[in-house]
Write a protein that binds this ligand. Structure first.
Ligand code: NDP
Length: 323
């Protein structure tokens, strides 16, 4: 089968498409015929050698994907061959087949297309934990969503609106702001508007925003502190700017603000929080209030270009690769 192999980190160009043996599922594992791979900013940072964790080389990128179950390892029950599943593993899905523990399967409605299923787990579970588990968002409260037309941004707007929150969306182009408005964002502001800090504070009644989903980082982090209300919460989810940010903890004292980190990978080990998120998301999907936003779709051979387009801010929704 075809699979990408990365032997040294450095950027999308280090990804090589090779012929490798089809993997066999071990005990407790399933093999999935991969139909759609969701590409996250974290995948691009991992290939670049800039992610939170150390990567053992060689490796096959791709943490999130969907496809049909193709073979069951010993001891697997409750999963049918031929069933559409979404999968969240550490890596290994930029390939025609992938094996993973059955426990890492994410149930999805059989009505989802493979691309919708691959666009679901990372962005929607992260948005849920940001808005609910850690952010404790309330109906009627304002929330600031950065990179609002991206995969996480679009998921965050949909979930915030489903929670009856009021959304201020930031993004880099008018086209991206229109996507945010189409999903229900109440106020949209260009990411580079020179008046952005004041405009955000004004939009939230002049007192700043009670909840900020921070994904850009770098010098923008200081702006988030200024946009944030007294007793406001900033959930640090990402650092898309790839720049270092400075925070003097004492700066939080003056307006009693809270900064909380969020990493989905470690939250997945919190069984109670994960089960609660899965229940809530399943209801929202069932009611049609949450529809995964599928972005540009690329063939397997074009995966390096997909990674570069994501890094270059050219994409909206979830970037999908179809093996
Ligand atoms: P997106 O689809 O949102 O794409 C990234 C977006 O970031 C771009 O489209 C761009 O939007 C914005 N951006 C802002 N500044 C820059 C910059 N200097 N360079 C590149 N992009 C920039 O990606 P994801 O949904 O995968 O991820 C969004 C963020 O959330 C990332 O920081 C990611 O690491 C984080 N994340 C973290 C998770 C966690 O567990 N902590 C889980 C999921 C995502 P625009 O052009 O509008 O500014």
């Amino acid at each position: 089968m075809k699979a990408y192999v990365v032997e040294r980190l450095g950027g999308p160009d280090v990804m090589e498409l090779r012929d490798v043996p089809v993997p066999q599922p071990g005990p407790g594992e399933v093999r999935v015929k991969v139909q759609a791979v969701g590409i996250n900013f974290a995948d691009a940072l991992t290939v670049a050698g800039e992610y939170l964790t150390e990567t053992k080389l060689p490796y096959t990128p791709g943490m999130e994907f969907a496809g049909v179950v193709d073979a069951l390892g010993e001891g697997v029950s409750g999963v049918q061959v031929g069933q559409l599943v979404a999968c969240l593993g550490g890596s290994g899905s930029l390939a025609e087949y992938a094996t993973l523990p059955a426990a890492s399967l994410v149930p999805v409605p059989q009505s989802f297309t493979p691309a919708q299923a691959a666009a679901f787990p990372v962005s929607y579970f992260t948005a849920y934990h940001a808005l609910q588990t850690l952010g404790r968002g309330q109906a009627g409260e304002w929330v600031l969503v950065q990179a609002a037309a991206g995969a996480l941004g679009t998921a965050s707007i949909q979930l915030a609106k489903a929670m009856d929150m009021k959304v201020i969306a930031l993004a880099s182009t008018e086209e991206k702001l229109q996507i945010a408005r189409d999903l229900g964002a109440d106020v949209t502001i260009l990411q580079d508007d020179p008046e952005r800090v004041q405009k955000v504070r004004d939009a939230a009644g002049g007192k700043g925003v009670p909840l900020i989903l921070e994904v850009v980082g770098g010098s923008r982090f200081q702006e988030s502190l200024k946009m944030c209300a007294s007793r406001g919460r900033i959930i640090v989810i990402g650092n898309a700017s790839r720049e270092a940010a400075t925070l003097h903890p004492a700066a939080l004292m003056k307006r009693n603000q809270t900064v909380t980190g969020l990493w989905l990978t470690s939250l997945m080990f919190d069984r109670e929080a994960s089960a609660q998120a899965a229940r809530a998301l399943s209801e929202l999907v069932g009611s049609g209030r949450v529809v995964p936003q599928v972005g540009p779709q690329y063939a397997l051979a074009d995966a390096p270009r997909a990674f570069q387009d994501l890094l270059d801010r050219k994409t909206t929704g979830k970037v999908i690769i179809e093996p």
